[in-house]
Design a protein around this ligand. Structure first.
Ligand code: GTP
Ligand code: SPV
Ligand code: MN
Length: 659
């Protein structure tokens, strides 16, 4: 364990709280290595795979953590069908997964109700210098742009949790690649976990198994250690058979050691460490270092069937704000075909020809279940019919699943059992939802019928437009275009959105969520802005156009003013035509909006109130400007690039002079 050896020399304070140090020397290492070849051993057994075939660096990482976490057995994941059959069997026996006979190879997991979403307040990044990780809020305010912890303190916290934490359990070793195996864009991680559910999920969400180890060889990897934090025998009962330790949960990133350590939660982004921890937080740091971008963005292809022209768009919306829906959209305009490259994360870099190219580092979708239906997202409904793990959805008496939004797709006489186990759940008899609002499906991307032919292209797809968006019930128009790159970076920095159930926040408050990355920045947000701005200074690059959209503006009856979903194709049509420099935009103080009649509304089922959708109330925008000032001043403070402050001042004077 790197932190243990480090402690030996530098921190007597932490030593007092640490277990006795066991520095690995050759004499100790030899018997341990032979024990890891598959034979019975007093400490633990390798029950699957062969540690002698591991690259040396991986084997050392495994050995260090076996000594620390003390699992009974070790399982080296190969990613085979035989392996997942075995794991599904174990997960059923342990009462964690239940088969869903209505579909093919689909499974239901219900978690401890205390472990249902990301825990932002328990998520930390640790660097020697605080300012490398977070901005310095003014007036002693708490940072909303990430949590930093001193390396000694984080070592201390980790040492209070990980020693012996896997006793009685199996440690799984998951070699995984973010990005297609072997792509020059891709990065490799090794996750050690004591959760078979995590293995089953990582198998869907990443390229996982033996072929990753072959590609890795003696190369470097991101070390990802995860434990549910419930060694055996248990000292208190589990809820829903779901091991977790909410009181001790900690998600730690140690970028200077290429390490992620997550303890106490088995859910989603807390435990599938390739996703938010690696592909966004560590990824954004690597991107800054190496000159690329790791973003919370979907990637879609849009083809004009008449002209054959194809473009790719990346879009950043906060969690549970419509990325999966847009990425798989069935366009209501017949002359467009949409293809999906990814629904959550984009890694993007400018190639030698100056084009911005993006890959989806993931191999699956961990999508929000509620609201997904044949009406809103038929493509997702097709995708999840087989080989899918559902978590915290409701179950039906015919062996299927249910969640809010599927009411019209239920057969008569079918009974619903809620995610909390309420038998014969009925909507009008309770105010508890059938499915948890952050319940999810975990499903292979390769099953999605509209995956783009280039979705696994190792070079990525060329991006022509970047879209930012959020849930804004008032004031923010359906779509506007930034005047230029710098203004576009400002639009990303000024993003706000109504909070959702994807994290622990109370819903319905409007939160600042710059670039939809607030919970996922790996480094100082001011430096992140400088990194984005730097691309605007580059010569010989084709800068994508930048847009902002809002599907969620509401009318006086609290109704959405825009039908959304497949109808969002009308907005994409305008975006694509703008990429072709069509003269269909007019200037407003906040950006370029569609000229009268330029948004294609042909064939809309119900008329929309364009005036209400595009109005720019002066008092709203004055408040917005003030809120952004306050946020930049208090939260970003001295790290705010002057270009961004200038953009805000210019917005303010346009709002005052022209609205
Ligand atoms: P994460 O996976 O958490 O990053 O979320 P996401 O951005 O992929 O969210 P997703 O596409 O799953 O959307 C979640 C919610 O947004 C669902 O309840 C949808 O019904 C709703 N939603 C998506 N698109 C639209 C839209 O165009 N209009 C409206 N009104 N709701 C939408
Ligand atoms: C999000 O919250 O943005 C997600 C889900 O995509 S999780 O993987 O839990 O982060
Ligand atoms: Mn997400």
């Amino acid at each position: 364990m790197v932190w243990i050896t480090r402690l030996a020399s530098i921190s007597s304070r932490i030593l007092r709280n640490s277990p006795p140090l066991k520095r690995l020397n050759l004499r100790q290492a030899a018997p341990l290595c032979s024990a890891l070849t598959g034979q019975q051993n007093r400490e633990y057994r390798v029950i699957y795979g062969d540690t002698s075939k591991l690259p040396n660096k991986v084997r050392h990482y495994v050995e260090e953590n076996v000594r620390l976490c003390k699992p009974d057995t070790v399982h080296i994941c190969d990613g085979s069908d035989r392996e997942i059959e075995l794991l599904n069997y174990i997960l059923q026996k342990d009462g964690i997964l239940k088969a869903l006979p209505k579909y093919e190879n689909c499974w239901l997991a219900r978690t401890d109700p205390a472990d249902v979403a990301r825990v932002e307040r328990l998520t930390f990044i640790s660097t020697e210098l605080q300012r490398d990780t977070v901005t310095t809020p003014k007036y002693g305010a708490k940072s909303q742009l990430g949590n930093w912890m001193d390396p000694e303190d984080i070592d201390n916290e980790l040492n209070m949790r990980f020693p012996d934490c896997m006793k009685g359990r199996t440690m799984f070793v998951i070699p995984f690649s973010m990005g297609p195996v072997g792509s020059p864009f891709s990065k490799i991680g090794i996750q050690l976990t004591d959760s078979a559910y995590v293995v089953a999920s990582m198998r869907i969400m990443t390229r996982m198994g033996s072929r990753v180890l072959e590609t890795l060889g003696e190369g470097n990897f991101i070390k990802c250690l995860h434990s549910v934090g419930r060694p055996l025998p248990l000292t208190s009962p589990l809820h829903n058979n779901w091991p977790c330790s909410p009181k001790n949960t900690l998600i730690a990133h140690l970028p200077e050691r290429n390490e992620i350590c997550s303890f106490g939660s088995g859910y989603g982004g807390n435990s599938l460490l390739g996703k938010k921890c690696f592909a966004l937080r560590i990824g954004s740091i690597l991107g800054q270092r190496e000159g690329w971008l790791a973003e919370h963005m979907l990637i879609l292809g849009i083809e004009n069937k008449t002209t054959g022209e194809k473009r790719y768009i990346a879009a950043a919306f906060p969690s549970a704000c419509g990325k999966t829906n847009l990425a798989m959209m069935t366009p209501s305009l017949d002359n467009y075909k949409i293809t999906c490259v990814g629904d959550d994360i984009a890694w993007m870099r400018f190639d030698d020809a100056g084009r911005l190219r993006a890959i989806n580092p993931e191999a699956g979708f961990f999508g929000v279940a509620p609201g997904t239906s044949s009406k809103t997202n038929p493509i997702a409904m097709d995708t999840i019919k087989s080989n899918t793990v559902f978590t915290n959805v409701a179950e039906t008496s015919d062996g299927g699943v249910f969640w809010e939004g599927l009411e019209k797709e239920m057969d008569n006489g079918v009974k619903i059992k809620s995610w909390l186990g309420d038998e014969d759940w009925k909507k009008d008899e309770t105010d508890r939802p059938a499915a948890h609002p952050n319940s999810r499906f975990c499903t292979p991307a390769s099953q999605c019928p509209i995956m783009d032919p280039a979705w696994e292209d190792p070079e990525g797809v060329p991006i022509d437009a970047i879209i930012f968006g959020g849930r804004r019930p008032t004031g923010v128009p359906l779509v506007y275009e930034a005047f230029n790159w710098e203004h576009g970076v400002f639009v990303g920095a000024a993003m706000r959105s109504e909070s959702t159930a994807a994290a622990e926040h109370k819903a319905k408050q409007i939160m600042h969520d710059p670039f939809a990355m607030r919970p996922f920045f790996g480094y100082n947000f001011g430096d992140y802005l400088k990194h984005w701005l730097s691309f605007g200074q580059k010569e010989n690059v084709v800068l994508p156009k930048i847009f902002h959209v809002n599907w969620f503006r509401k009318g006086p009856q609290n109704n959405f003013l825009w039908p959304g979903f497949g109808e969002n194709a009308r907005v994409l049509d305008w975006v694509v035509r703008r990429c072709n420099n069509e003269d269909i935009a007019k200037r407003t103080p906040i950006g370029m909006v569609p000229k009268f009649d330029s948004l294609n509304l042909e064939g809309l089922d119900e008329p929309v109130d364009l005036e209400a959708l595009f109005s720019l109330p002066r008092d709203f925008w004055e408040n917005e400007v003030n809120a952004i000032y306050k946020y930049f001043d208090e939260q970003v403070n001295e790290d705010l690039p002057k270009e961004i402050m200038n953009q805000l001042k210019e917005l303010e004077s346009r709002v005052q002079g022209e609205l």
